[in-house]
Ligand binder design. Structure first.
Ligand code: SF4
Length: 241
C-alpha cells in the first residue's frame, strides 16, 4: 500500500486534459458562431461613453427601445461633462420611454459626474474601476469593456445567458454571480465576450423562454434540455396542421 502511494506521488503530474465540458462548450460555441455570425451587441454606440450610457438605459428595457432614445440623448449630451451637468427633468423626459426613468436619470448623472471628476471623462477599461461608478454593476462593466475595448475580463450574464447556458448543460446554476465563473472555467478567455453575444442572440432568436424553437436549433444534438424532443415534435405537428 505504502509503495503504491509512493509511486503515485513520484509520478510527474499530468497536464489536465480538456474534460467533456470544455469540449462541449467549444463545440456549442463553434456551432452557434456558424449559425449566428451576426450576433453582436445590439445597442447602437459610437464610443465607450455612448455604450456605457446605453447599457445603463437597457436595464428592464428592450435594446430596440434604447436605440430609439439614444440618438436624441447623445446629440444633447455627447460626453460625460455635458451629461454630468444635465438638468434632471430634461434628462428624464428624454429617457422616459425606457422605464424606471427617474432611477436611470439619477444613475446616468451620477455616473457621468464620477467619470468626469475621477477619470477625465474617459470610460475605464477594467471591471474594478467600472463597478465603482454609480449605477454600474458587473454585467454592465463586462458589456462595456468587452465591446468598447475588446477586453475579455469576464462574461456578462443576463437572463438569456442564464437560461440558455442552463438548458445547454453548460452550468447547473441560477445565480448569475455563480454562473459567470463557471462559464469562465470552461471557455477560453478570448471567447468570453463572444459567448455573451452568442448566448443572448440564440436566446432571443431560438431558445425563447416560453417556447424554445428546438426543432430548428443548431445545437439540438448538444443540448441537455429535457423538453427539447417534445418541443421539436410539437412544433412539427403545429406546422403540419
Ligand atoms: S434544443 Fe431547444 S432548449 Fe436546447 S438550446 Fe436549442 S432551442 Fe434551446
Amino acid at each position: 500500500m505504502k509503495r503504491t502511494q509512493a509511486k503515485r506521488k513520484a509520478r510527474p503530474r499530468a497536464r489536465r486534459p480538456p474534460n467533456a465540458t470544455d469540449i462541449a462548450a467549444a463545440r456549442i460555441l463553434d456551432l452557434l458562431e456558424t449559425a449566428h455570425p451576426e450576433a453582436e451587441c445590439a445597442l447602437h454606440h459610437k464610443n465607450p461613453f455612448e455604450l456605457l450610457t446605453a447599457t445603463i438605459l437597457s436595464a428592464q428595457c428592450t435594446d430596440r427601445r434604447v436605440n430609439e432614445v439614444t440618438p436624441a440623448l447623445f446629440a444633447r449630451y455627447p460626453d460625460a461633462a455635458s451629461l454630468a451637468g444635465a438638468h434632471t427633468a430634461t434628462l428624464e423626459s428624454l429617457i422616459r420611454s425606457t422605464g424606471f426613468f427617474r432611477a436611470k436619470a439619477k444613475s446616468l448623472i451620477g455616473c457621468a459626474k464620477a467619470l468626469h471628476k475621477e477619470h477625465g471623462g474617459i470610460v475605464p477599461r477594467t471591471i474594478d474601476e467600472l463597478v465603482k461608478l454609480p449605477g454600474i454593476g458587473r454585467k454592465t462593466a463586462n458589456v462595456v469593456i468587452g465591446h468598447a475595448y475588446g477586453v475579455n475580463e469576464g462574461i456578462a450574464v443576463d437572463t438569456h445567458v442564464r437560461r440558455v447556458a442552463n438548458r445547454l448543460g453548460l452550468v447547473r446554476e441560477e445565480d448569475p454571480v455563480k454562473i459567470e465563473p463557471q462559464l469562465m472555467a470552461i471557455i477560453p478567455r478570448e471567447r468570453w465576450t463572444r459567448t455573451t453575444d452568442l448566448l443572448i442572440f440564440h436566446g432571443r432568436k431560438i431558445c425563447h423562454a416560453q417556447r424554445p424553437a428546438c426543432g430548428r436549433c443548431p445545437v439540438f444534438a448538444q443540448c441537455a434540455f429535457d423538453g427539447k424532443q417534445a418541443r421539436a415534435l410539437a412544433a412539427a405537428s403545429e406546422a403540419r396542421a
